[in-house]
Design a binder for this molecule. Sequence first.
Ligand SMILES: [Zn+2]
Length: 296
Amino acid sequence: MTDKLVRATASNGDIRIIAAITTELVNEGVKLHNCAPTAAAVLGRMLTAGSLMGATLKSEKDALTLQMSGGGEARGVVVTSYADASVKGYIGNPSVDLPANSKGKLDVGGAIGKNGNLVIIRDMGLREPYVGQVPIYTGEIGDDLAYYFTVSEQTPSAVGLGVLVDTDLSVKAAGGFIIQMMPGANELAADLVTYRLQEIPSVTEMITKGMTIEEILNYIFEGMDLKIHDSMIPAYKCDCSREKVERAFISIGQKDLEELYNEGKEEELKCHFCNKAYKFTHEQIGEIIKSVTADK
Ligand SMILES: [Zn+2]
């Protein structure tokens, strides 16, 4: 097990850091959804971002959802994460595979497109979830999140996300970090971090070299009073159940349910997040209709 997420501070607590290696987690998501290389990078970066942000949630009942849909061939990507840094997600088009971009990298921004929004939904068990959104800035995901934190939450941030896809389509390395300046942070420290982030190799390069997440942070924040506070194991986890799928099935409405029943067919519903199939036989559809009408 190499995946690990850590929460840390630097520069006397002026800088807040969440960073993780997510290679196994991303591999699992990419395999589940049978992703082509560009799709793997899109989904992998989103899963990593979701896991990092999930780790900032206060209660285990809270959920955080990130959505990006920019009109590109990826046809949208969604991830949902929780306070234990677990995450699940899906991409509209897992087959999307574009030529490398001008930097020779998997073209995540091109696959997502720029014609749309980054939407962040924080569900804290209140009547209404908190929804924030910003227009997509580059579609590279890390830049977009940094833009969101800076503009919507007035927290200057740097976000790095990386997924390295191997020739056999497995994920060789994945990980990322969110670095945030607390209000009133020392400007020199902010400048120093900005400078170091420009100088360091990419996250995936450091992970491929075998560096642990602690070593990566020690390297970026050398001499800056880095303090690692705690760690978690991020993981791909789907919490779907027959009950939840049944609830979604019922939500199509009584009229449509009756139509399906009268056609005498059975229905198979797949969980978007893990592709698990749930079958409803003709008789079961009849029972669902009965229970819905009985509720009224
Ligand atoms: Zn599922």
